[in-house]
Every structure is written in structure tokens, then in C-alpha cells.
Design a protein around this ligand. Structure first.
Ligand SMILES: [Zn+2]
Length: 87
């Protein structure tokens, strides 16, 4: 019985709530900063020697931080919530 309660407490029912900056109250404008991003761009060489871009791939090696777009407060604690609600 006790373990069930602990389990429920670990996952707060906040997945339907909007993220709101606790510092300035902003709830619309946010940005993300990624550290250590590797951008890989693939090209195909044509028979005449020219190149066309085939695809862009980016890989984030470092940490991704999430910020309030109004006051730049670090809201990384909300980042998982943000990813869940990103479409
Ligand atoms: Zn803010």
C-alpha cells in the first residue's frame, strides 16, 4: 500500500498544465539552448562536378537547457514537460 502512494507521488499530474515562468509569469514565450551540437550536412556530387545538399542532421552531445523568453530565467526543470507537449 505504501509503495503505491510513493509511486503516485513521483509522477505529478501536471502533464495537462501550462508552463508558466515562476519569475515573471510569462506562459507563451520560451527558448531552448543546446550545448555541443554537431551539424552534419550530406551532399551528393553530380556528374558535372556540382553538389546538391541531400540532408541535414544535427546531433546534440551536450546538455539542453530551457529558458523563459521574457526574463531569461532557467526553466530547465520544465524541459521534460515541454518535450511532452511539443508537437
Ligand atoms: Zn520569466
Amino acid at each position: 500500500m505504501e509503495t503505491e502512494i510513493a509511486q503516485a507521488r513521483r509522477i505529478p499530474p501536471k502533464s495537462r498544465t501550462r508552463i508558466c515562468c515562476p519569475h515573471c509569469g510569462n506562459d507563451t514565450d520560451f527558448f531552448e539552448i543546446a550545448d555541443g551540437v554537431v551539424l552534419t550536412t550530406r551532399y551528393l556530387q553530380n556528374s558535372d562536378g556540382s553538389f546538391i545538399q541531400e540532408s541535414d542532421e544535427s546531433q546534440v552531445l551536450g546538455e539542453i537547457k530551457f529558458f523563459c523568453g521574457e526574463c531569461n530565467q532557467d526553466l530547465s526543470e520544465y524541459h521534460n514537460h515541454f518535450l511532452e507537449m511539443l508537437f
